[in-house]
Design a protein around this ligand. Structure first.
Ligand SMILES: Nc1ncnc2c1ncn2[C@@H]1O[C@H](COP(=O)(O)OP(=O)(O)OP(=O)(O)O)[C@@H](O)[C@H]1O
Ligand SMILES: [Mg+2]
Length: 316
């Protein structure tokens, strides 16, 4: 678990870079720090591995103040993927991935095996990519190598600063999918920085929305942030597409209508989202969509039952 306790960073007089941040990130979760440029996201992230020391307040990992021990030792337990990847340009992919295992003195054979395993994990064929240099890779491939390098010694904590920022939207979506698959397997404690609200909603178990001046505006699950924005800033930041985004996060089974199921009409499977249901309603003349799983009708969903589900979620 990572805990921020009134963590503040000031670089001079005037507004702080980070203003008394207090929050808890449970082990095995992804917390996304999201907000506009200059909101203190990178500052907050770097406090975990002590690349930034707080002016006041503290950061704890598993109950222990990170300031208490040796920073080099601390960083060995923390994978770090930086804005713009930051691979060593003169080293090949294998040597980049092997950076930390070499530092901590693994033998050659163990390092080689680990490099192949990690390249497979991030979807790069070891035989093809191991000996390429970073300038012989696409942007998305470089990002994958950056992630492999951060995971090399299997650290319990992973810090990722705009890890998918520098690639085109299609590659970005694919890297996000891969991240979700990997994190589903590995369950590390991840702190990920982005200024993209869609990326935050997609990847985060929890979101911390930071505004200018390093103020925490809201900490909550994607569904909470969408259904109940804590401040006008959050409502504005989440934007006009808020309701449509909520439909993506809710299941058809979250909005079943009372009474018997409809006799006819389009059907969706129980793992369909409300966005799927609305699409089915809009492309048919039927007033209800039936949810059908394993040949049995689970229930039906109507526009009224969707409204009721959304309202229920908005109630505190
Ligand atoms: N070393 C520094 N010296 C002085 N001011 C700094 C320093 N590092 C950051 N700041 C200031 O602190 C504030 C927060 O910076 P930070 O890098 O944490 O923002 P961010 O949310 O990561 O922004 P971005 O999305 O642009 O990366 C900014 O106003 C920045 O100018
Ligand atoms: Mg930043």
């Amino acid at each position: 678990m990572i805990e921020y306790q009134e963590a503040t960073k000031r670089y001079g007089p005037g507004t702080p870079a980070l203003d008394s941040l207090t929050l808890e990130i449970p082990a095995g979760e992804t917390c996304v720090l999201v907000g506009p440029s200059g909101g203190g996201k990178t500052t907050a992230l770097k406090m975990v591995n002590r690349l930034v020391e707080p002016t006041s307040g503290r950061v704890l990992i598993d109950g222990r103040d990170v300031a208490a021990g040796d920073p080099v030792e601390l960083r060995r337990g923390i994978g770090y993927v930086i804005q713009q990847v930051g691979l060593f340009p003169h080293l090949d992919v294998a040597a980049n991935v092997a950076t930390v295992p070499r530092l901590v003195g693994w033998d050659r054979r163990r390092i080689d095996a680990r490099v192949d395993e990690l390249l497979d994990l991030v979807g790069l064929d070891p035989a093809t990519y191991r000996h390429r240099r970073p300038d012989e890779l696409s942007g998305g491939q470089r990002q994958r190598v950056g992630v492999a390098r951060a995971l090399a010694t299997d650290p319990p904590i992973l810090l990722m600063d705009e890890p998918f920022g520098a690639v085109d939207p299609v590659t970005r979506a694919r890297l996000q999918d891969e991240f979700l698959r990997l994190q589903g397997q590995l369950r590390r404690t991840v702190v990920l920085v982005t200024h993209d609200i869609d990326e935050a909603l997609r990847l985060g178990d929890h979101l911390a929305v930071l505004a200018a001046g390093g103020r925490l505006e809201q900490y909550g699950t994607p569904a909470e942030v969408l259904a109940r924005p804590a401040t006008p800033f959050v409502a504005d930041f989440v934007g006009a597409g808020r309701t449509l985004r909520r439909l993506d996060l809710l299941a058809a089974t979250d909005a079943l209508a009372g009474g018997g199921a409809a006799e006819s009409g389009p059907t969706v499977s129980p793992d369909a989202t409300l966005a799927d249901v609305v699409a089915a309603l809009l492309t048919s003349d039927a007033p209800a969509v039936r949810v059908v799983g394993n040949g049995a009708v689970v229930g039906s969903v109507t526009l009224d039952s969707i409204r009721a589900a959304l309202r229920q979620e908005e109630a505190p």
